[in-house]
Structures are given as C-alpha cells and as structure tokens.
Design a protein around this ligand. Structure first.
Ligand SMILES: [Zn+2]
Length: 79
C-alpha cells in the first residue's frame, strides 16, 4: 500500500476580483481566472445562494435542537 502524505495546510490569498480564497502559490485565482466578468457575476451569485442555503440549514437544525430540548424538559418535569 502506498503511503499518501497529508499535505500541510496551505496558505491562502484572497482574490481582489472575486474575494474568494486561492492557494497563495497559485499564479491565478482558482475561482475566477477562467471566467469572464459576466460569468464571474453569475458564479458569485450562486456562491452567495449556497452560503445562504447553508445558513438556513444551520438555523433549521438549531430550531430542531431547541424543540427537542423543550420536549425533553417537559417530559422531565412531568415525570
Ligand atoms: Zn478570483
């Protein structure tokens, strides 16, 4: 079996065009270097949507956890 070394944490730089992070040793931004302005705009909108979807999911789980806690508390108080 081949041993695959775990790469050390790479340094990142923030792109001034798309404000996403690329490896510091990358010559071009890995996100937007290949994109036209128009494509970059769409890409960033999708990125924002994904971020927002993730935040909503987090809120949802927090709500579910809160409900479960309340139910458990009610059961304990009754019991
Ligand atoms: Zn970029």
């Amino acid at each position: 079996m081949r041993y695959i070394p775990v790469p050390p944490p790479t340094e990142v730089k923030t792109c001034s065009r798309c404000s996403l992070q690329s490896p510091a040793d990358a010559e071009q931004c890995i996100h937007c270097a290949q994109l036209s302005d128009r494509e970059l705009h769409q890409y960033l909108q999708q990125h924002q949507r994904r971020l927002r979807a993730g935040a909503n999911l987090g809120r949802y789980f927090a709500l579910v956890a809160a409900v479960i806690l309340v139910l458990m508390a009610m059961l304990l108080l009754k019991g």
